[in-house]
Design a protein around this ligand. Sequence first.
Ligand code: GLU
Length: 309
Amino acid sequence: MPGLQDVLDEIVAEMATRQGRGEVATYIPQLGKIDPAKFGIAVALNDGEVMTSGDAEEPFSIQSISKVFTLALALGRVGDVLWQRVGREPSGTPFNSIVQLEIEHGIPRNPFINAGAIVVSDILLAGHQPREAIGEILSFVRSVADDDSIVIDRDVAASERATGYRNVALASYLKGFGNLNHEPDLTLGVYFHHCAIAMSCRQLASAGRFLANSGRSESSGHTVVSSERARRINALMLTCGHYDGSGEFAFRVGIPGKSGVGGGIMAVVPGVASIAVWSPGLNKNGNSMLGSLALEQLTRRMNWSIFSS
Ligand code: GLU
């Protein structure tokens, strides 16, 4: 097997030569300011070692990758009754689509499209002020990453709050269908803030390790989620983690992964490692263009696809 550090360095060198890098998201104005030439990658192995290359120490907006952490937290809070309010099927529609929600009477297809993640935020808001719910999510992310320096980028949260009209529409629609227990504005406050968590590839790869390690945190030795729950979250990441590009990602990369419009992807090789990659330019499905390509190269060279024998 090739040396992992060499593979990471070669991928970074190759990505630097690429011309087509996709388009940086501009619908959240603050994200549009990011340099599209950035590229970082980190692999957190289950034995505790973290290998990095490129801009792997620079924090970026994790956006929808945060939905993996809020789902884990909400399942811990309410258990499987969560599935009465959110489905578990791939959507085949864009991340912010409202059409399916109408047809399916306000039950979002899965927890990773925006409507589903807004319901998950609503679950986490129960019994709390928005500030407390946001604090609880941040504490959870810090604990699984074993890094208390992780913060929320307030400018990104404010930028999305000022312009997130489609999410306002989704939340109002959910409320109209009786699938939101709080006022849309309060639930969206939680949602926008967890999307605005900023993390580096090193921190994100470390945070995902419990999913590669049967639900256990290697650093603390604690069980974050049960092994069955880790397996199920990985299954959802594989089938729903890249919106209407999820089939393509499974076909090309072959491991569970969750993307964000900040250009990050967190991916899991069960039993082996958690990976984070960051390249801000997105493809037409809103997933990192070079991030997906880099993961395809990595899993191929390390023989990490869950479908290989
Ligand atoms: N905060 C973003 C939104 O709601 C998340 C989308 C994403 O990262 O895919 O539009």
